[in-house]
Structure formats: C-alpha cells, structure tokens
Design a binder for this molecule. Structure first.
Ligand code: GAR
Length: 190
C-alpha cells in the first residue's frame, strides 16, 4: 500500500498493549492505515515509554493542565489536526470526551471495550461478567458516540469464561483476543 493509507491517532492512558498491537499491524506494507500520532493524557503511562523507544510520534497532553474537559479535548483535537489524522483509535484511553469532540469525530473514532457489548458497559467489565455468571464474554470494537460504550459495533470476539476465573485471569484472556480484534476492525474501517 501507499499514499491511500488512513492516518490514525491512537489515544492511550496506560499500559498501551492494544496500541502496540495496532502499531505492529500497521508495519505491514499492505495494512490500510498508518500510525500518525500517539497521544497519552498521562506522562507516566507505560505505553508512552514504549512508543518513545520505538521512535513513534508520541505526545503527552496532561488533562490536569487544562481548566475543563472541553479545553483538554480542544488541545487533543489541535494535535490531531496538526498530524493530519483521519481516524482516532481509543486504546485504554480512560477519559470521557466532551460532546463537541465526539460529534466532530463521529464515524471516525473507534474504541475497544473488554466485553461483548451491549453487556457490561463502563468500569470493570470483566468483574461484571463474572458477577453475572455468563459463560462467554469477549471484546468489542465500536464507533464512539455520546453514549458511553454504546456506539455502533464494528467487530466482536467471543472468549469463554473458565471455571474458577478471576477478573484478572479473564481480563488476560480477553486482552489476547483484543490484540487480534482491534487491528482487524481498524483495517475494516480504514
Ligand atoms: C483494555 O482491556 C481495553 O479494552 C480496556 O482497557 C484495557 C487497556 O489495556 N478499555 C476499557 O475498559 C475502556 N472502557 P491496554 O492499555 O494494554 O491496551
């Protein structure tokens, strides 16, 4: 592939393992997207150190340095504009976004969530799944809308719940599925 590759920004807040999966996928010459920017709202996110080590274009926009959610989102948006971004991929980005940012990127912003949506939205979805006693959980890539974890679904992957699973052991198995699913879903959208 070539100049038709969509320019993607990945937004992170922490470990960044989904970011790594997307970066690895985009290294293939025939992948339809390239990583144009990585943005973290936390300077100490392990994903930032990894991205710097890979010499990727990574920026920290510290939400605590802005007076409001809107001001923070505007700073992120300015950075995306500067990088000529076409698509945004949230990857463990733990900030609620302002309505104006969500509307601006509507249809061009994806998120990954570790449950089979619409089940178990919000925080601790793996624990929610165990508490509900489901036998199959998984992960979902969806478009971001103003409804938290509620946008149109792009792709899902099912992960069986094992006897004796803890939230951590289930999360680990779902995470492995996320790393396969997100690159596929991003390619579909790109
Ligand atoms: C992933 O499991 C992701 O699905 C989840 O946070 C983890 C981030 O891991 N996201 C959410 O729960 C969003 N609601 P990572 O930083 O290693 O990609």
């Amino acid at each position: 592939m070539n100049g038709n590759r969509k320019r993607v920004a990945i937004l992170i807040s922490g470990r960044g393992s989904n970011m790594m999966a997307l970066v690895e996928a985009a290294r293939a010459a025939d992948y339809p997207a390239e990583i144009a920017a990585i943005v973290s709202n936390r300077a100490d996110a392990p994903g930032v150190a990894w991205a710097e080590g890979q010499r990727l274009p990574v920026a920290v926009v510290d939400h605590k340095a802005y007076p409001s959610r809107e001001a923070f989102d505007e700073a992120v948006d300015a950075l995306l504009a500067k990088a000529g971004v076409d698509l945004v991929a949230l990857a463990g980005f733990m900030r609620i976004q302002s309505a104006s940012f969500v509307r601006k990127w509507l249809g061009r912003q994806l998120n990954i969530h570790p449950s089979l949506l619409p089940a178990f939205k919000g925080l601790h979805p793996q624990k929610q799944a165990l508490d509900a006693g489901v036998k199959i959980s998984g992960c979902t890539v969806h478009f971001v809308t103003e409804e938290l974890d509620g946008g149109p679904i792009v792709a899902q992957s099912a992960v069986p719940v094992a006897e004796g699973d803890s939230p951590e052991s289930l999360a680990e198995r779902i995470l492995a599925a996320e790393h396969r699913l997100y690159p596929l879903a991003l390619a579909l959208v790109a």
